[in-house]
Design a binder for this molecule. Structure first.
Ligand SMILES: NC(=O)c1ccc[n+]([C@@H]2O[C@H](COP(=O)([O-])OP(=O)(O)OC[C@H]3O[C@@H](n4cnc5c(N)ncnc54)[C@H](OP(=O)(O)O)[C@@H]3O)[C@@H](O)[C@H]2O)c1
Length: 322
């Protein structure tokens, strides 16, 4: 495993574990998954993963419970990251919700407490007042945000009066927005960009095609899995396979290695099986050659999926055909 070269109380592994899948029916993993989830966490620990990401909204608290129980006494050794879903993130609400999350996780302190998304009405001055108090009493280690643009991330830092260590954003070969300004800022200021959906929710694994889309409500709502977009992704997957073959690796591992070239980026893929967490952890060791990286960049740029409003009627049609 490799770690982010930053001065943090505990090391942050370049590959973390995302746990939205835990206790969340919308991924469609069925009742057996809860036991597998615990095995996934234990295996991740063995492989040197030190960043475990959850949120109060995942499975309405079940993800936090499953993660905390699976970590057991190892909770103290790793970075346990959770998120407040900021419906009305006034300072007292932030404090009360952190206490509830810590109780579900079974921790005395949340190492990284993140604001799940920017609130359009409540300013960060209010939210960060709550966060500052939580840090002062030791219930929260580092503060993070999620789905923030650069301006608001920096504003949140000014409001907190301290570093907001990380910004968790969608970042993968098919969503490269953070390369514009968030990653350069993280590198210059000593912050971390946490890449969520780093495999495009499995799109980049090459496991799915137009005749074989994934099941589950989450991915039925994701335009990348429209038959048309799976078709359009064929070239990109072919390039991933080509690079993967040269490393005796899989397309998913190469898709992760692409992100990890940036020193201040960590990826938090979710996993449906223990073998996936093994492969994902191993991806941290892959060094892509410059020409391989260039080929991946070209292939990623050439991928033009149907997204946004244009995808909506197609998503509805795909759903009603089921
Ligand atoms: N802050 C936010 O707003 C936000 C939003 C979304 C996610 N997140 C966080 O980010 C985490 C990851 O994002 P995500 O779950 O949306 O997407 P992801 O990590 O890109 O995709 C996860 C899925 O990809 C497949 N997969 C994983 N490893 C694989 C491998 N080695 N080979 C082949 N397939 C593999 C699995 O599905 P199958 O095996 O079923 O194909 C798995 O459930 C979440 O768990 C959550 O913690 C945060």
């Amino acid at each position: 495993m490799r770690y982010v070269p930053l001065d943090t109380p505990k090391p942050n592994s370049k590959i973390g574990l995302g746990t939205w899948q835990f206790g969340s029916r919308e991924w469609g993993y069925g009742p057996d998954y809860e036991q597998r989830a615990a095995q996934i966490v234990r295996r991740a620990l063995e492989l040197g993963v030190t960043l475990f990401d959850t949120a109060e909204i995942y499975g309405f608290g079940r993800s936090e419970r499953i993660l905390g129980a699976a970590l057991g006494d190892d909770r103290a050794k790793v970075v346990v990251a959770s998120k407040i879903f900021p419906v009305l993130p006034l300072a007292p609400v932030v404090q009360q919700r952190a206490v509830a999350s810590a109780a579900r996780l079974g921790v005395a302190g949340i190492d990284l407490y993140q604001v799940h998304q920017p609130n359009p009405v409540v300013a960060d001055t209010t939210t960060m007042r709550g966060m500052r108090t939580l840090q002062d009493v030791g219930l929260v280690g580092e503060v993070g945000v999620s789905n923030y643009g650069l301006r608001r991330w920096r504003f949140a830092e000014a409001a907190l009066g301290r570093r907001v260590l990380s910004n968790q954003v969608r970042y993968s070969m098919v969503d490269r927005g953070p390369e514009k300004d968030l990653i350069p800022y993280a590198e210059q200021a000593g912050r971390i960009v946490i890449a969520y959906s780093p495999l495009g929710q499995g799109f980049l694994s090459g496991r799915y095609d137009a005749r074989n889309p994934p099941a589950g409500a989450v991915r039925r709502a994701n335009p990348y899995f429209l038959p048309e977009n799976l078709e359009r992704g064929t070239e990109l997957i072919a390039t991933l396979r080509e690079v993967a073959d040269a490393h005796d690796a899989t397309p998913s591992q190469i898709a992760l290695a692409y992100l990890l070239r940036h020193p201040n980026v960590v990826a938090i893929p979710g996993a449906s099986a223990v073998e996936q967490v093994e492969r994902n952890a191993a991806a941290a060791e892959i060094d892509l050659a410059d020409d391989e990286y260039a080929a991946l960049v070209t292939a990623a740029h050439a991928f033009r999926p149907v997204t946004g409003l244009a995808a909506v009627p197609k998503l509805i049609r795909a759903r009603t055909r089921k």
